[in-house]
Design a protein. Structure first.
Length: 442
């Protein structure tokens, strides 16, 4: 389809943004991806903090991720319908406001020192991120030629990875390195003294999330001011229903499953990484050191996405995805059967292998949906609930058989993703430069 002429001059993509304004809109989107990456990765930092503070098991500690990613299952489909009606920019504003509200809820949760309130705050914050995922990912794919959508989304995810790389270092300094060296002992304190001790230690969680909430509100104001840059006609052709009929498209359905497995594996490893590195058989690291090393895991994704945004212009998406999934599975397996620095660094290197998986799967899954892209994105974002399920399964395995054998759960996820990638490759998925990938049913 030929580019549409714009009243503001130049050409417009199918978002209605003139080419000149589109060049400015993409950097703002990159800043958004960075901010929510920074906020998301702090969940990995507060999980070990809450585990020690409330004397939780691994399975109980991973409820932080369960509540966080459960929001995707509940919110994403309605968000897809809503974004289809109100438009991408207004969807971004709504997501930012809800996410900021979740950040503000950390203050009463910390002051009361009650674990379920932290879980509720994480759920609200994740609900905002679910709306952002539905609006931001497809919007980035539309800010330029369709053939380069996987590359462009990988670039945006690079800034998301930059946030997840910086986040652990900030979290380790602001959260893990503060408070008493020894968490309160429930057996040695009265209920009143225990509650007071937990409130005092939980106080360190307030400031980081208040700062994040302020930044999110600032971004919401900025996007609201930019709403006139977009042709917001979500209500002109209202979507019918939640779009579940789109699951009849194998590319979308299997892509959603691949997202479920990928996010689950990535989050399971990230959530348990600090505890894994603290093990005597691995590095025997203290919490702050392990928190800083977590930046290596997310930093690998940053490096990989910088490279991947270029490579995906020339290499078949299916081939690149298969190679990365198999590499991630191999690295996690080597870590599980080894000790010392080898066990640590092979698991940290999984972050590099993870780099292109999410944007590549997402772009392949929603390819060719046209006006129903927002609905398709909502369906794919529901699958991000894998971040709630797989970490809990991995945590249960860790409680029963140990952290190292429990890595078998994410390894199986990576093998299934490799199968999805090879199916795309066999069905004739083209390189991003030649033409959009064909449906698996083609």
């Amino acid at each position: 389809m030929l580019p549409r002429a714009s009243a503001a001059g130049g050409t417009a993509d199918d978002t209605g943004a003139p080419a000149g304004r589109r060049r400015w809109l993409l950097p703002v989107m990159l800043a958004l991806f960075f901010t929510w990456g920074l906020a998301t990765v702090l969940v990995d930092i507060i999980t070990p903090k809450l585990k020690s503070l409330f004397a939780l098991s691994y399975a109980e500690a991973t409820l932080t991720q369960f509540c966080f990613f459960l929001a995707y299952a509940i919110v994403s489909l309605p968000a897809g319908l809503l974004v289809a009606r109100i438009g991408y920019i207004r969807g971004l504003v709504l997501g930012l406001v809800v996410m900021a509200l979740g950040g503000l809820m950390f203050t009463p949760a910390a002051r009361m020192g009650v674990y379920p309130l932290f879980l509720l705050a994480l759920f609200v914050m994740a609900s905002g991120i679910a709306v952002l995922q539905v609006a931001a990912n497809p919007l980035v794919t539309k800010l330029g030629p369709a053939a380069q959508a996987p590359s462009r989304l990988t670039l945006a995810q690079t800034f998301n990875a930059l946030g997840t790389t910086v986040g652990p270092a900030i979290g380790a300094w602001a959260i893990l390195s503060r408070g008493p060296a020894t968490p309160p002992d429930p057996a040695a304190l009265s209920p009143e003294a225990l509650a007071a001790a937990r409130q005092a230690e939980a106080a360190v969680l307030q400031a980081p999330f208040l700062v994040i909430a302020g930044g999110l509100i600032g971004l919401a104001v900025l996007f609201w001011c930019l709403r006139s840059w977009m042709r917001e006609e979500g209500g002109a052709r209202p979507a019918q229903g939640l779009g579940l009929d789109l699951l009849a498209r194998p590319r979308l359905a299997l892509g959603a499953l691949a997202i479920f497995l990928y996010v689950g594996a990535e989050v399971a490893i990230g959530t348990l990484m600090v505890s894994y590195l603290e093990q005597p058989r691995v590095l025997a690291a203290d919490p702050a050191t392990a928190g800083h090393l977590l930046s290596v895991y997310w930093g690998g994704a940053l490096v990989g996405r910088v490279v991947g945004s270029v490579v995906l212009r020339y290499v078949r998406a299916g081939a690149a995805l298969a190679a990365c999934a198999l590499a991630a599975g191999l690295l996690a397996t080597v870590s599980a059967v080894s000790d010392g620095p080898l066990a640590a660094w092979t698991l940290l290197a999984v972050g590099l292998a993870n780099a292109i998986m999410f944007p590549t799967i997402f772009a392949l899954a929603i390819d060719g949906l046209g006006e129903r892209t927002a609905q398709g994105a909502g369906i794919v974002c529901v699958a991000i609930v894998g971040g709630a399920v797989v970490p809990v399964v991995t945590g249960l395995l860790a409680d029963r058989i140990g952290l190292s054998p429990a890595l078998g759960a994410p390894v199986m996820c990576y093998l299934c993703i490799a199968g999805y990638a090879l199916a795309n490759l066999r069905e004739g998925a083209r390189t991003p430069e030649s033409e959009p990938a064909r449906s698996l049913a083609a």
